[in-house]
Write a protein that binds this ligand. Structure first.
Ligand code: PMP
Length: 311
């Protein structure tokens, strides 16, 4: 069967090209939406896509939506079922990006009262390759933009409006000739990348900013913390990290659904370690890539297998 570009909107499946909202939609004006990015990893030998940690993504979507006073008609389990059905119907035989979105769908402007506005759920699935350079360690830049503090906007969840900062930072980094931005907190400590969490390895210890450092509670971050412990007996320390610690680290890598587990070779024109992929990063990468594509028996519990066309 040839693949079909489909979406789920307003409670039904329809061609992606027909999934539209009006210009008055509240979310379009104010960023009153929450979203997820989920990957379906195509496994050619098995003829199946493996959707990675789908339930955890929908649980986070529910947490994000709750902060925006949304009343959603679907539970995380319902959303998983809608996703599997849509993925089967789309019939892609390649890696896909799954983008669920909850949003204030009311066609009303000049109303800042979340509790008065209707909500909707939309899901799109698109073919997706690599998000960021994978052939070499990344060259990164400390952004002139700071990660908002949780006291300014909720930072541990994926609320659409918050992404303006990430987008400004990423654009600034790319236009300056780098691959990715590193955002600091207001106090100058490290938070995360524009769309990734950050890990640092120094003297054999893996560290990552804590939840209170305004980073998103990443699902890849959690997966890496689990893999480090279970496969290599390494505890990841969650703590405040100073900017200059990154310059002096032996290894730094970024994690995210889109970016996978990607080494950083350079920050602000300073080499990290010798600038190549470090040994601990390599070990973690090898387990991670098996886990997300259904090739690691122990982590199959993180994957939902979907056969194009159903079955
Ligand atoms: N931080 C930000 C700002 C992000 O947008 C993402 C991508 N969702 C991440 C971190 C990584 O989160 P996850 O591993 O859940 O994709």
């Amino acid at each position: 069967m040839s693949p079909k570009a489909l979406a789920f909107l307003g409670g039904k499946v329809l061609p992606l090209a027909e999934a539209k909202v009006g210009v008055m939609t509240h979310a379009l004006h104010y960023g009153t939406a929450a979203f997820e990015g989920v990957r379906g990893n195509w496994n050619e030998e098995q003829g199946k896509a493996f959707v990675f940690r789908m339930k955890e993504h929908y649980e986070r979507l529910h947490r994000s939506s709750r902060i925006l006073h949304m009343a959603l008609p679907y539970s995380p389990d319902d959303m998983c079922k809608i996703t599997v059905d849509l993925l089967q119907q789309c019939g892609y035989r390649q890696d896909v990006y799954i983008r669920p979105l909850t949003f204030k769908s009311q066609e009303m402007v000049a109303n800042l009262k979340l509790h008065e506005l209707k909500d909707d759920f939309c899901l799109i699935i698109v073919p997706f390759g690599s998000y960021i350079a994978t052939d070499r360690p990344l060259r990164c830049q400390t952004s002139s933009w700071r990660r908002p503090e949780d006291a300014m906007m909720p930072t541990g969840v994926k609320i659409a409006g918050l992404y303006t900062t990430s987008i400004l930072a990423k654009t600034e980094a790319i236009k300056a000739g780098f691959d990715e931005a590193v955002l600091l907190n207001w106090d100058g400590t490290v938070s995360e990348g524009s769309g990734e969490n950050l890990f640092m390895i120094s003297k054999g210890v893996i560290s990552t900013p804590a939840e209170t450092d305004n980073c998103l509670m990443g699902i890849t971050r959690d997966s890496v913390i689990t893999i480090a412990k279970e496969e290599f007996g390494m505890d990841v320390v969650q703590r405040r990290i100073h900017r200059s610690e990154l310059y002096l680290a032996d290894e730094v890598f970024l994690t995210g659904t889109a970016a996978h587990l990607t080494p950083m070779g350079e920050l602000d024109n300073r080499k990290i370690g010798d600038g190549n992929v470090g040994p601990i990063t390599k070990k973690l990468q090898s387990v991670y890539f098996k886990a997300i594509s259904g090739n690691h028996p122990k982590y199959l519990k993180w994957c939902t297998a979907v056969v194009p066309g159903g079955g």
